[in-house]
Design a protein around this ligand. Structure first.
Ligand SMILES: [Zn+2]
Length: 388
């Protein structure tokens, strides 16, 4: 027994030495890591990002935890608009073998965001397609893929991925997918493929019955085919679908009623719509058609009464325009000046505003260029003010 103890003594000593050595190496590496961390931090504070990246990159070889620093650092560069640096950091992370699977997926996600920011959609798509199969990242990857397909105008793919995201239990995507169908309809219409255009518009309305754009397009297609009753039915739907877009239906509707020789009915219809909507464009349309169908006195009576309660610049200009025909001398000069001023104001004013982000444009856009929301840019209802 004693012999055995003597024999084990060197083994125990060697084991003690090995454990102590390993602890020394671990502490030494940690110390080196901490030193590098502060060194990298100092470079960042001194606005020397290249040196900071070099230090942080070296640290990744020391300790797996530094992956978090790299992820944060890459995001920082992307937010600052230095996308090349962000791509370099996140890209080099993915290549490292010691990362956990989750860390690698997060690095892929961030690299995908970098590529999107840089406009490298094909590379971003490859990454997000891989991530879409990872349950923890499916929803984010799907939403980013939808964004990519939208930018690439690949509407069919965008619809398919929206449907997939909706099935995951996310928010309804019907408004967006209805607009994607409208985009397909516009493309089909441009290549004179009426049947495909009609089918896409039917799909748009089945996805979102309140899609005024689909009805406006249906009206346009029917008018092109000379089917004015069908066009009227489609265009009249806009009023209950989304009243904010009704001013867009006024001109084509008036053409339909005119083509069918039913202008008296048109005026009745327009006045009924106006009782619900006193915005400048509707008021101006009523005045225009009263002038054409019932004469100046009727138009002036309407405008003088209307503008007292609902003053609009368009209504004012129409009033001045009619009075100009009878103005003489100084009164004529005043009316002429007023007409010029109101026209200049109208020409310089934005006609549409995004109800989501406030972005203003002069022509109607169905997807806001600023916030990328669909159906949020609406005609500005009144160019002056509303009565208190
Ligand atoms: Zn917007």
């Amino acid at each position: 027994m004693m012999e055995l103890l003597w024999l084990l003594l060197p083994v125990a000593a060697a084991s003690g030495w090995w454990i102590a050595r390993r602890e020394y190496v671990r502490r030494h590496d940690a110390a080196v890591g901490n030193a590098d961390y502060f060194k990298g931090l100092n470079y960042l504070i001194d606005d020397k990002p290249d040196q900071a990246i070099e230090v942080f990159t070296r640290m990744a070889d020391v300790d797996r935890d530094t992956a978090e620093i790299h992820l944060a650092l890459g995001n920082l560069f992307r937010r600052r608009g230095e996308v090349d640096r962000a791509i370099h950091i996140h890209g080099s992370l993915i290549d490292r073998t010691h990362l956990t699977a989750e860390q690698r997926r997060r690095a892929m996600l961030e690299l995908g965001e970098d590529y999107l920011r840089a406009g490298l959609f094909d590379r971003a798509e490859t990454l997000f397609q891989e991530l879409v199969e990872q349950p923890d990242h499916t929803a984010v990857a799907l939403s980013r893929l939808i964004y990519i397909f939208q930018q690439e105008k690949d509407w069919r793919q965008a619809i398919a991925y929206c449907d997939r995201l909706e099935r995951l239990g996310g928010l309804s995507r019907r408004r967006e997918t209805a607009h994607y169908c409208c985009e397909l309809a516009e493309e089909a219409s441009q290549r004179q493929d009426e049947a495909s255009a009609q089918a896409s518009l039917q799909e748009a309305l089945s996805r979102d019955p309140g899609c005024a754009r689909a009805s406006l397009l249906q009206g346009r297609l029917a008018m092109r085919a000379g089917d004015y009753p069908a066009a009227m039915t489609a265009l009249q739907a806009v009023e209950w679908q989304d009243r904010g877009f009704f001013p867009e239906a006024i001109a084509p509707l008036s053409q339909c009623y005119s083509a069918l020789g039913r202008l008296d009915e048109w005026l009745v219809y327009l006045r009924a719509a106006h009782s619900q909507d006193h915005s400048g464009r509707v008021t101006d349309a009523v005045a225009e058609w009263l002038l054409k169908l019932e004469g100046e006195d009727a138009a002036l009576r309407f405008l003088e009464s209307e503008l007292r309660d609902y003053p609009t610049l368009l209504g004012l200009r129409r009033l001045v325009e009619i009075k100009l025909g009878h103005g003489r001398g100084a009164e004529y000069a005043d009316l002429r000046a007023l007409h010029c001023i109101s026209t200049q104001l109208l020409n310089s004013a934005a006609r549409y505003r995004c109800v989501h982000c406030g972005f203003v444009v002069k022509t109607l856009r169905w997807c806001c260029p600023s916030c990328q929301q669909w159906n949020t840019i609406k005609p500005i209802p009144d160019l002056v003010m509303k009565s208190g």
